[in-house]
Design a protein around this ligand. Structure first.
Ligand SMILES: Cc1cc2nc3c(=O)[nH]c(=O)nc-3n(C[C@H](O)[C@H](O)[C@H](O)COP(=O)(O)O)c2cc1C
Length: 314
């Protein structure tokens, strides 16, 4: 989670038994360095938004040179970064995708792990399939490459449903945003607890910049800015400089009615801000029987092989 997942959150996730990632986003090398210092001594990965780094492979090289062994890439052609990662000591490359075709492309480019991101997910992605349909399709397409499920996972029951679909593991974003360690203000985190409405939109990419490549949207909490501009993007474009300047001023004072809070549909199940370690341990624990909406016998999708993951330890 770009700029939200810093070293403290990533380290807390790893120490609780997961694998935490620093959200390197658009590639601010100084910030990533600082966050790696915060996580020093704990194994964490770093993620980047691939299209934003197209001509700056050095940013990725720098984290690999610092000993990072888990590289997360999304939203663009990962080929050049995969080569850099595999050349420098064999870091594991995890590529997030939103379709079966994209999954095949990243595996052809050398991805070691694929994240199948359903449209419920918070933050950027595409308005594609729900996680429940995308995961089995991607598992079947890229077998034996391990596939992780992303989108709406915040409880042990969610995790069990996803692994029942063939996922080798799960990715948790929005639920960990509402943690003590996430790098955002208390009002933003409280919004995650009190809100339930999200929408995929390009409004915030227009208001904040940079604009994203065509086809991408970001799922965020619905606030005044979304209500005002979603569906009226052409009007927003017409007065973009003025609106951007207003947005910057509102964001500076943390005006929740204007600034973005990226969040997935699972936000409606978030009721409190917790330490990240508690969140990870609760998701990793066996689900309570009453939470299991789908019986165990129905959770394996024909044609998928839940136990077939190949090892990805670097
Ligand atoms: C605040 C926030 C920031 C995100 N930033 C990124 C990012 O920089 N790169 C990325 O690949 N995915 C990003 N995502 C998407 C996550 O990788 C993941 O797909 C998503 O959080 C999973 O769905 P969930 O939010 O329902 O748990 C972000 C998600 C959130 C909530």
């Amino acid at each position: 989670m770009a700029r939200i997942a810093g070293g403290a959150l990533a380290a807390a996730v790893t120490l609780a038994g997961g694998l935490g990632f620093i959200g390197g986003g658009y590639g601010d090398a100084t910030w990533v360095d600082e966050q790696l210092d915060v996580a020093a001594g704990v194994e964490v990965g770093v993620g980047f938004i691939t299209w934003a780094l197209a001509d700056r492979v050095a940013v990725v090289g720098r984290v690999l040179d610092r000993g990072v062994r888990w590289l997360w890439l999304s939203f663009g052609d990962p080929s050049v970064f995969v080569r850099a990662a595999h050349d420098r000591g064999g870091a594991v490359v995890i590529c997030q995708v939103t379709s079966v075709a994209e999954a095949r492309r990243v595996v052809d480019a050398g991805a070691d792990v694929v994240v199948a991101q359903g449209h419920e997910s918070g933050g950027h992605g595409r308005d594609g399939l729900p996680m429940s349909e995308l995961v089995p399709a991607v598992v079947a397409a890229v077998d034996p490459v391990p596939v992780l499920a992303a989108g709406g996972i915040g409880t042990a029951a969610d995790r069990e449903r996803a692994t029942g679909l063939g996922a080798a593991g799960v990715v948790v974003g929005t639920r960990l945003y509402a943690s003590h360690e996430a790098l955002d203000s208390d009002p933003a985190k409280h919004r995650l607890v009190s809100s339930s409405m999200t929408r995929r939109t390009t409004v915030f990419d227009l208001l904040r910049g940079p604009e994203w490549p065509a086809g991408h949207t970001g799922r965020a909490l619905v606030n005044g800015a979304v209500e005002r501009w979603h569906g009226r993007e052409h009007e927003l474009r017409a007065g973009l400089e003025v609106q951007r300047s207003r947005y910057r001023q509102s964001a500076q004072v943390d005006d929740m009615d204007v600034r973005v809070v990226w969040a997935g549909t699972g936000v409606s199940d978030i009721h409190e801000i917790l330490p990240a370690g508690d969140i990870v341990r609760a998701i990793a624990a066996p689900a309570a029987p009453e939470q299991r909406a789908v019986p165990a016998s129905a959770r394996t999708v024909p044609g998928t092989r839940p136990g077939s993951s190949r090892s990805v330890r670097p």
